[in-house]
Design a protein around this ligand. Structure first.
Ligand code: ZN
Length: 72
């Protein structure tokens, strides 16, 4: 997928990251609804959940980028 011939930042990483959010969307929204039954949005456990989600997506992004480099 070519977005630009003059990259302004790491587009590949950004695209993979956002695609992984789509892949996890159903799991993410299901989990978030359960968490929000006992917590206010953007507070406490909800913040912790979002941080863990971002860390997980970031780790998978790194794995996919490394796979792509190995497989050329
Ligand atoms: Zn993200």
């Amino acid at each position: 997928m070519l977005i630009t011939n003059k990259p302004f930042r790491n587009e590949e990483s950004t695209i993979i990251h956002e695609l992984l959010h789509l892949l996890l969307w159903e799991y993410d929204t299901f989990s978030e609804k359960i968490i929000l039954k006992n917590c206010e949005e953007f507070k406490g456990d909800h913040i912790k959940y979002m941080n863990k989600l971002e860390k997980t997506v970031a780790k998978f992004t790194t794995i996919f980028l490394n796979l792509n480099k190995k497989n050329g």
